[in-house]
Ligand binder design. Structure first.
Ligand code: AMP
Ligand code: MG
Length: 435
């Protein structure tokens, strides 16, 4: 086994290494992300593979923003601002209908979303009118400016405009934009396939009786959930006993049809820890052991497939919280690139602490936390790496620099769980997107 006293790699170095490794991997033929067409109705959470260019203007025609009357603004202002004007009602235009050209000196009943007829240049909201006079005229009590209450053709999207960019994770609003330009099908990247294996002779599955010395396998559930939560396909590769040959066989098999193989446990320095030796035999080790807490024994490498191509490999520690945290910090950004997104890391926000952290660690530490109603950061009382209830309770983590202590009121870096976990639906990258 390798020497135990190697220096631990800082997390920033590990991220840089992972980024270049996964970006190189997706540039190889075997790592290249395939695409498929899916119905835009079923594309939530998928990653767009090609820019979506609008074939139409949205809205397609000038239309009314109000229920009211379409007029020529000049016809109302002729009488001055005080006197009311009455105009004959020439036509009625509901949403979905096309009117005819509006003659000077007349008005048209119009409803929200209905096309504004040629000749009209404003809509007066019905609350500013009085209809039902005996002569069929409509009385206008307010003047309007030209353009008022009209939604202009193309004011949302112009024909030929790129509205959604390749690499965007499609959220509900983006799907609505795709539909608004008439896209029935979208070209998206295939979901990455992630093989998940858990290691340990002590593991039994829920539903089985628990022999003395055994524990229930919780990582199998947590890791599958984490993989599915970010829109990837989880392939369950089962439980592997603490045995070198069995571990090698399990890795070899898992690598054949997965883009990424992740395992939990067996990455430390004990005699029962076989993952590093197995990965070296079945592929290669890129780095091992990080200066983070929890999660120190994390392993990164690759596995050979029978056809000579490679799958990526990430070995997570067995301790349930360490497994959970290393997935969020290290697996998730890699999976984003495998899914077709650009590399991105979770962002923190500065918030006041509602806790004391008296004992600094040499490693960068990630502490399970959530926010009080006042927006202060509180932490779970037991931060042990086996205390999985802390992860279920948390809505984020505090990112503590090496050697850092905290007093109540100090500003700390809080990383919300949505930053760590959720696919970033947030921003459309199309032209004209705001700041
Ligand atoms: P290891 O990294 O294999 O030395 O495991 C570290 C600790 O995590 C030990 O206490 C294991 O029993 C525990 N552990 C490992 N794998 C799992 C798992 N799948 N579910 C729950 N606990 C686990
Ligand atoms: Mg173990």
């Amino acid at each position: 086994m390798t020497a135990v006293f190697k220096p631990l790699m800082p997390l920033d170095d590990a991220w840089a290494h992972l980024r270049s490794a996964v970006e190189q991997h997706v540039a190889t033929p075997a790592g290249m992300r395939g695409t498929e067409m899916v119905s835009s109705l079923d594309a939530l959470g998928r990653v767009l593979a090609a820019d979506l260019v609008s074939p139409v203007d949205v809205p397609p025609l000038d239309n009314s923003a109000m229920d009211g009357y379409a007029v020529r603004a000049a016809d109302l202002s002729l009488a001055g601002s005080s006197a009311a004007v009455a105009l004959p009602l020439a036509q009625r235009i509901a949403a979905g209908q096309m009117g005819v050209a509006l003659q000077a000196g007349a008005c048209a009943r119009i409803f929200t979303g209905a096309p504004v007829p040629d000749g009209a240049d404003a809509v007066v909201m019905q609350e500013h009118t009085e209809a039902g006079a005996a002569d069929g005229r409509v009385q206008f009590n307010h003047i309007v400016k030209a353009g008022q209450n009209i939604r202009l053709r193309g004011e949302d999207i112009r024909q030929g405009q790129s509205v959604l960019s390749a690499g965007l994770r499609l959220g509900p609003a983006a799907l609505g934009v795709a539909a608004s330009v008439g896209a029935a099908d979208l070209s998206v990247f295939k979901r990455p396939r992630v093989a998940v294996l858990t290691t340990g002779n002590e593991l039994v599955m829920p539903g089985q009786t628990l022999p003395a010395g055994a524990i229930y396998n919780s990582n199998r559930h947590t890791l599958r959930g984490l993989v599915e939560a970010v829109g990837a396909v989880a392939q369950d590769a089962g439980i592997v006993p603490d045995h070198l040959e069995a571990t090698r066989a399990a890795l070899r098999q898992a690598a054949q049809h997965a883009d990424l193989v992740i395992s939990s446990g067996g990455v430390s320095v004990g005699e029962e820890d076989h993952l590093r030796a197995a990965v070296e035999a079945e592929g290669g080790l890129a780095f091992w052991a990080l200066a983070i807490k929890p999660g120190k024994p994390f392993v990164f490498g690759w596995l050979r497939r029978d056809d000579g191509s490679r799958a990526l490999y990430m070995g997570l520690p067995g301790n349930p919280v360490a497994s959970f945290m290393t997935y969020l910090l290290l697996v998730r950004p890699v999976l984003g690139v495998l899914a077709g997104e650009a590399w991105s890391l979770p962002q923190s926000i500065q918030l006041p602490a509602d806790f004391t952290w008296p004992k600094a660690d040499k490693r960068r530490e990630f502490v399970r936390a959530r926010l009080t109603p006042e927006g202060r950061v509180q932490i779970y009382p037991n931060q042990g790496s086996g205390v999985l209830t802390s992860a279920a309770w948390a809505d984020g983590v505090v990112d503590l620099a090496p050697g850092m202590t905290v007093q109540p009121g100090d500003m700390v870096s809080y990383v919300p769980m949505r930053e760590l976990l959720q696919p970033a639906f947030a921003t459309s990258q199309g032209e004209g997107a705001g700041s």
